[in-house]
Design a binder for this molecule. Structure first.
Ligand SMILES: Cc1cc2nc3c(=O)[nH]c(=O)nc-3n(C[C@H](O)[C@H](O)[C@H](O)COP(=O)(O)O)c2cc1C
Length: 385
């Protein structure tokens, strides 16, 4: 039975090759940031308003001046297309059915054009990793614009490739290099091998990073990702300012954890920030989202949209970030576990489960809407024993 996100994670663990599962699931180095995300969220408590007389709860929110039926956003996740065949299309459709924006990663398997074609009513956002060759980056942005993406999410916290030792042990990497270990790993997960990898191979070859320009696109089996499409390591606020001048839609910087950086983001004209510890996957000494969010929201929440992510596993985790001042909450691993566990239907059902958990908790808290949650009086910190 799939009754909570832990159940979905466990099913995903059984279905996916270990290298892929750990790539999704784990953190970085000693995984302290990952466990800090859990312990920080667990120590947040929400205070109820009893006997408030509300019969219905309304979870809608406003992001960038537009009303959405839920505060959830699907976070950008690279290679979601490896979790299920056409995984990104399935996530986009599952999200669209619930009115949830779907953030397409620069490093998705399927291109933004194909995703737009398959999910015409989806609200698509695009996450940008800036490539060293800025002309290629500009070309990519033109494609993104043509696909009616409302929001550009510039990831600011991944200027170096993080130290994820388990990927090395598992032989999981881009470009993919076949080793005895990862070949055996795939062979002992035949459902994934036949249902995902083989289907891609029959349709045209080993899956690649779909957005990488044709002349640079390396099949995952090839040796080098070319220099021009390496991620830029010296990205600065000046680059975000230039993007602001070029990009006509909403612009968000993802990975902000300090008041000072939020101030700089506002100064270059962004529409919002994602307060994010990148799911504990990048820098192991990062503070948790929960410890940074309220100060940033308090200082800037009236001047830009504040989103939050990292570590959400329960509907109550979403409510905690909202109470601390976020207007929307991104989910990274959960939709991937849903997709692995049950394909498009699994992604839909894990999202629906989160909304049900949120509704139950809002009922027990006596709040009729998100606005009633977003108050410093609503939340507190209590140490876990
Ligand atoms: C498998 C995987 C791939 C990711 N790829 C990207 C990416 O391409 N760009 C990005 O900005 N963030 C990426 N992230 C981070 C997510 O956008 C998000 O910040 C994080 O997963 C939130 O934490 P959660 O997984 O605990 O919800 C990735 C996360 C995962 C799990």
């Amino acid at each position: 039975m799939l009754l909570n996100t832990g159940d979905y994670r466990e099913r995903a663990r059984r279905k996916l090759p270990r290298g892929l599962f750990e790539y999704i699931d784990r953190g970085t180095e000693d995984e302290l940031a990952l466990s800090r995300l859990r312990s920080s969220l667990d120590s947040v408590v929400l205070r109820p308003s009893v006997l408030s007389g509300h019969a219905r709860r309304e979870p809608g929110t406003t992001l960038f001046g537009r009303r959405f039926p839920t505060p959830l956003v699907i976070a950008p996740t690279a290679l979601a297309g490896l979790v299920a065949h056409n995984g990104e299309l399935k996530l986009a459709r599952a999200a669209a059915a619930l009115g949830i924006p779907f953030s397409v990663s620069t490093q998705s398997v399927t291109t933004i054009e194909e995703i737009r074609r398959a999910a015409q009513d989806a609200t698509l956002w695009f996450q940008l990793y800036v490539w060293r060759d800025r002309t290629l980056t500009a070309d990519l942005l033109k494609r993104v614009r043509a696909c009616d993406c409302e929001c550009l999410v510039v990831t600011a916290d991944t200027q170096m490739s993080p130290n994820r030792e388990y990927n090395q042990r598992n032989g999981f990497g881009i470009p993919f290099k076949p080793t005895l270990r990862n070949l055996v790993d795939m062979a002992v997960h035949p459902r994934w091998l036949l249902g995902v990898m083989l289907r891609y191979m029959l349709a045209g070859g080993v899956p690649t990073y779909g957005h990488y320009p044709a002349e640079y696109r390396s099949a995952i089996t090839r040796a080098n990702v070319q220099e021009a499409v390496r991620l830029e390591t010296n990205l600065s606020w000046g680059d975000v300012k230039r993007l602001r001048d070029e990009w006509p839609g909403k612009l968000v910087v993802k990975g902000v954890l300090s008041i000072e950086d939020a101030e700089l983001a506002l100064a270059v004209g962004v529409d919002g920030v994602v307060v994010s510890a990148h799911g504990g996957r990048n820098l192991d000494c990062l503070p948790s989202t929960a410890s940074c969010l309220s100060a940033i929201a308090e200082a800037f929440g009236d001047r830009m949209t504040i989103l939050a992510d990292s570590g959400v596993r329960r509907g109550t985790d979403v409510l905690k970030y909202l109470a601390m001042g976020a207007q929307g909450v991104m989910l990274g691993r959960l939709p991937l576990w849903g997709l692995a566990a049950g394909d498009e239907e699994g992604a839909s059902s894990v999202l629906a489960m989160m909304l049900r958990e949120m509704d139950t908790a809002m009922g027990l808290l006596g709040v009729a809407d998100i606005a009633a949650l977003r108050s410093p009086a609503r939340w507190g910190i209590e140490a876990q024993h």
